[in-house]
Design a protein around this ligand. Sequence first.
Ligand code: CU
Length: 483
Amino acid sequence: MAYLSRRRFVQGAATVAAGILAPRSGFTQASAPRTLRATTRTIDVAGRAATVFGLLDEQGRHGLTFDVGDRFSVRFENRSGEPTLVHWHGLTPPWRQDGTPGVSAPLLPDGADSDYDFLLARPGTNWMHAHTLQEQRLMAAPLIVRDPAERSLDEQEVVVLLHDFSFRSPEELLAGLQDGSPGHGMMGHGGMSPEGGAGSGMMGGGSRSMPMGMGGTDVNDIEYDAYLANDRTLDDPEIFRVERGGKVRLRLINGSTATAYTLDLGSLDGELAAVDGMPVRPVVARQFPFAMGQRLDIRLRLPSEAAAWPILALREGAPQRTGFVLATADAPVNRISILADEPGPLIGIDLDAKLAAAQPLAERPADRRVGVLLTGGMHGYRWAMEGMPDPQPVAKGERVEATMRNMSMMAHPMHLHGHHFQVVGIDGRRFSGPVRDTVLVPPMREVTIAFDADNPGIWAFHCHHLYHMAAGMMGYIQYDRYT
Ligand SMILES: [Cu+2]
C-alpha cells in the first residue's frame, strides 16, 4: 500500500506547517500548538520493572485533553528510539493526518517531529495509539475532547485506559501465534514469568492456547502477564478520591490489544452516556461489554456514605481482572485479588442491540452496499476480510452500508478510520442503533453499519485485535477522489 511518494508527503507536511503559522483570526480559540512526545518509561508490573512506551504532553501527562472547537494543533515528537506513528482513534482528521503508517504517512523516524492541525468538531472520549505492534508496548494514551457546556454538570472526570501487558515482545507473541508451538505467545494463567508460563500455557483439552467459550467459540488467544488500568494491576490499583454523594463521569478506554472485558460497577448503577465518544440515549446498568478499541462514558451518582467502590474489568472467559477504585477521603480500601472466582462473561452485541444514538444519521437509503466476510482461524493464524475489494471504492457524498458476517470462531471488534458509523442492523434486523467507530462482530453473527462518505482519503478498516490485524484482517476504503 505504498500510496504516497516521499515527496508528496513532504509537501503535505509543509502545507500543514504553513497552516499553523497562518493568521488565526478566524478561530474562536487561541490554540498554541501542543506537544506530544513519544518516549520510553519504566513501570512496575507485579514487582518487576518493565520498559514501555509513553505518549506524554508538555507537562508529562498521558495523552492530550482538548475542548470541542479547539484545533488539534499538535507537534508530535518521536523520541521513542524507534520509527513510529500515532493514530488518533475516534477523531476524523484529513486523511494525511490519520497516523496510519504506509497509508496516511510513512513511519516517522526516531528524533523527528510531525505537525498536525485540524478542527476538533465533536466532543468525545477517544484515544491515541501506534498503528503497529508498538501498541502492545503501551504506545497508547487517552485523547479526550471535552464539551465545555458539560462543565456545569459538576462531574468529576475519571479517565482510565485498560491494557493487556506481556513481558514478551509483540513480535514474539505474534510469531508464537503463527507457529502455534507451545511456549510461544501463550502463557499460563497467572504465570508471571516466561519460564513458568511456557509449560502451563496450554489449556487443558489440547485446544492449543485458547479457553473454549460456550458454544465452541474461541475467546482469548494470548495469555498475558498482567491486565492494567492506568498502568496498575488490581492488587495495587489507582484510587480516585471522590466526594460522598458526588457525581462522577467515567471515561473508559479499552486499549488492550487482544482482550475484551465486562466492565463491572459492582453495587453502583451506571448511566451509559456515550460509546466510542458518541452520545447514546442513556441506558442504566451495572455491567457493560467492552471490546478492544472501544470507549465507554458512564455517569455515576455515588451514595452519600463514606465508602470505596471498586470498578472492575473482568477478562472475557477467564478469571483475570483489572480495575480501579473510587473512594471517599476517609474510606479504607481493601486489597482486591487480580483473580475472580469465576471467568468473566462472554461478550456479544446485546448491548448494541439495545442502544440508540442520541444523534443518529439522517434516514437515507444506501447508495453503496459492501459485503465483508470475516474469516480465519487459529490454524496458521491467518485472518482476512473477504468479499470486499482491497481497497473498497467509495465516492464522496454516498451513504455506504457495510454488512460484516463473521465466518470465524472468534469475535472481531471492527474499526473504521476517519468516520463514525451507525450500527443499523444485526443478523438482518434493521434498527437505529448507536453511532460509534468500533463494533464487535461475534462469531457467526452479522452486523450492518452505515456511514456517510464525507471525508475523502484512504482509510483503514480492520479488526482491532492487534494480532488479527497483523495477520491479515485489515482492509481499506478509498475515495474516488481524495487529493
Ligand atoms: Cu479479529
